[in-house]
Design a protein around this ligand. Structure first.
Ligand code: ATP
Ligand code: MG
Length: 444
């Protein structure tokens, strides 16, 4: 029997959770600033939500966890991505009828893909994604990129680059697909099995092949830009001008086609160019899609733009740039119980401290004074509250100030006043003379 996590999955332990909380806080903050609302969709959906017609992507063809329960004819799939579920929900709840279009949505949560696990590539990973549905404007493409860009910038990431391309409208893509088919027709037999499938399903995706990418026939392939309709060219130009206006640096990459078939016009990837990143360097990626809402039975004119960010990869990128997201946390108080007979009083005191906003804990193992004091040090407790039998008889406890190494006796009903006075003094400055002093929890 194997009681380890399945390959490609991980536990996120308490020692690492603060990084995640920090990311989640920042996600809430930025989506709030940009006026995006959260949507939560199920973690599995009917398979045909993800598998739409003759989709050529690896994700749909090879990476989905699809299952069918006994006695059921329903095929379900663990979600591999967020966009499809959000578009399905947009239609199911008739959000297209809202007076407040476009809907500006975001999501955060796990995705499941059956891939070969590597650094930055997992079978369960977490994505933060945004979708703006119900309006088609190049400036919205710019806004979503700006949201992601300002988010990673706020984290302190600097080695980031926006790669952008256009796939044009349907007419542009149809002409380009035809040109690619002609270009590859003599060489397709020598290319990988995925390329053979792509040749039939969606020759555009051949350009995304990681196996055949060095081949001469790839290098000499026709370029999208020569097949763009006038309208598609104008659209792309406006996206780039918008990025310029916001000072977001980018590189046009005419080989960028992205993994999903539903994209039209703008596609982009924001990558880390830090040397430590390894092969999995795309932090967030997305594009515009036109047909998805209609596929789910909604109106035809509901275009969307969105991206998804891999949070594990984001953390790897932060680490590569030496960005520390988890500052050490302190306890405000640790209540030391000096005798078994004062257990109840210690419990009352720790409860009162918490009720007054002081992050506190106490000992439940009946450990020695010395062992309990070790905890005070390990948890960097600002105050040690010493509760002894004699003290309780006299109606007092001792507050030991671990920063200034002083102590005072306070009446049981004055503990909070005592704490308040110490923390108020901390806020005014601790007298250490260092203006960046971080010794007291209540400084910020
Ligand atoms: P790749 O080319 O690396 O397989 P993708 O095109 O499949 O990426 P998307 O579907 O665009 O990726 O997902 C958006 C983001 O989610 C990626 O840029 C990446 O940060 C993250 N991501 C995708 N797949 C994984 C995975 N298996 N493990 C961890 N993060 C992932
Ligand atoms: Mg992939």
């Amino acid at each position: 029997m194997n009681y380890q996590v399945p390959r490609g999955t991980q536990d996120i332990l308490p020692k690492d959770i603060r990084k995640w909380h920090r990311l989640e806080e920042l996600i809430r903050q930025f989506t709030h600033l940009y006026n995006y609302d959260e949507i939560r969709t199920p973690i599995f959906e009917h398979t045909n939500v993800f598998k739409r017609g003759n989709d050529s992507s690896d994700m749909v063809n090879k990476e989905m966890y699809t299952f069918q329960l006994e006695n059921s004819s329903t095929s379900l799939t663990l979600r591999p991505e967020g966009t499809a579920g959000v578009a399905r929900a947009f239609v199911e709840h008739k959000m297209f009828g809202s007076p407040d279009l476009p809907a500006k949505l975001y999501y955060v949560g796990p995705q499941c893909r059956h891939e070969r696990p590597q650094k930055g590539r997992m079978r369960i990973f977490n994505q933060f994604g945004v979708e703006v549905i119900g309006a088609k404007s190049p400036l919205l493409d710019v806004e979503t990129i700006a949201l992601g860009w300002s988010f990673v910038s706020a984290l302190g990431l600097q080695d980031m680059k926006v790669l952008i391309n256009t796939l044009g409208d349907d007419a542009s893509r149809a002409a380009y697909r035809q040109a690619l088919k002609e270009h590859f027709q003599h060489d397709i037999d020598t290319m990988c099995v995925d390329c053979k499938r792509r040749y039939e399903q969606n020759p555009l995706r051949i350009l995304d092949c990681k196996v055949d990418k060095e081949k001469e026939v790839m290098r000499s392939a026709p370029k999208m830009e020569d097949y763009l309709t006038e309208e598609s060219k104008v659209y792309f130009k406006e996206v780039l001008e918008g990025l310029d206006a916001l000072g977001i640096p980018y590189e046009v990459d005419d080989r960028l086609v992205r993994g999903l078939d539903y994209y039209t016009h703008t596609v982009f990837e924001v990558v880390s160019i830090n040397k430590e990143m390894g092969a999995q360097s795309t932090v967030f990626a997305g594009g515009r899609y036109d047909g998805l809402v209609e596929y789910f039975g909604g109106p035809a004119n509901m275009s969307g733009i969105g991206w998804a960010m891999g949070l594990e990869r984001l953390l790897i990128a932060c680490e590569a740039e030496g960005i520390v997201l988890d500052e050490e946390e302190h306890l405000d108080a640790y209540v030391l119980c000096l005798s078994d007979r004062v257990k109840k009083e210690a419990l009352q005191i720790v409860t009162e401290l918490r009720a007054n906003g002081y992050r506190s804990d106490t000992d439940y193992l009946g450990r020695s004074f010395k062992a309990q004091f070790k905890t005070v040090e390990r948890k960097h407790a600002r105050i040690a509250v010493l509760v002894g039998e004699k003290d309780i008889e006299q109606g007092v406890v001792t507050l030991k100030d671990t920063k200034h190494q002083t102590q005072q006796t306070v009446a049981l009903n004055n503990i909070i006043e005592g704490m308040d006075a110490i923390f108020a003094a901390d806020e005014e400055g601790c007298g250490c003379g260092n203006e960046n002093c971080t010794c007291g929890h209540h400084h910020e």
